[in-house]
Design a protein around this ligand. Structure first.
Ligand code: XMP
Ligand code: MG
Length: 183
């Protein structure tokens, strides 16, 4: 079973749920104070459990969409982003709340934010469940962060290693022998 591959549980189901309640309350209060209702956009696949936990706490009439992107380092100074699956809602003149699993180097976030601006969004804000600040290579921060995590490979609650472990209900540190074997 996949639980045997986890070295340590970093964030329990209860801790995550509680933090999502706090984040949702804060985010909703901030949007309502600005008189805005966002389009909430989850980046597949890692954001799915986080999106589920957050969106059920909103009582404002948000619209929800998903898209899948992959980022890559092009010849430009920041990462470029390729759309693997586009969303089904327009974000022109709308405030977008991007929902991400983790901000690592920051390349994905920077590229996706720029893409939404280019497509005519009014504003783009970001909520990330996890932040690994030690790994940042581009100057960008999420507007809302669930938890800061150390520079370890974490899986679960949407996060994967080779597409596995996304279904774990908590966030754990993967045993190094698991990815050393896979190399
Ligand atoms: P950036 O562009 O910020 O990319 O480097 C963020 C993406 O990298 C993946 N990522 C991880 N996935 N455990 C994971 O399962 C990790 O510890 C980890 N660190 C980065 C993830 O797909 C995220 O969206
Ligand atoms: Mg991701």
């Amino acid at each position: 079973m996949i639980t045997q591959d986890i070295q340590e549980i970093l964030l329990s189901e209860d801790q995550i749920a509680e933090r999502c309640r706090e984040l949702a309350a804060q985010i909703q209060a901030d949007y309502l104070a600005r008189g805005s209702i966002p389009v909430v956009v989850g980046l597949l696949k890692g954001s799915v459990p986080f999106m589920a936990e957050l969106m059920k706490r909103f009582t404002m009439p948000v619209e929800v969409a998903f898209m899948k992107v992959s980022s890559y380092q092009g010849t430009k100074s920041v990462g470029d982003v390729r759309i693997d699956m586009d969303m089904d809602l327009s974000t022109v003149d709308r405030d977008v709340l991007l929902v991400e699993d983790i901000v690592d180097t920051g390349r994905t976030l920077k590229a996706v934010k720029q893409m939404f601006r280019n497509k005519g969004a009014q504003g783009v804000q970001v909520v990330a469940l996890l932040d690994k600040p030690d790994r940042r290579v581009v100057d960008i921060e999420a507007d809302y962060v669930g938890f800061e995590v150390p520079n370890e490979f974490v899986v679960g609650f949407g996060l994967d290693y080779n597409q596995r472990y996304r279904n774990l209900p908590y966030i754990g540190i993967l045993k190094p022998e698991v990815y050393e074997q896979g190399e």
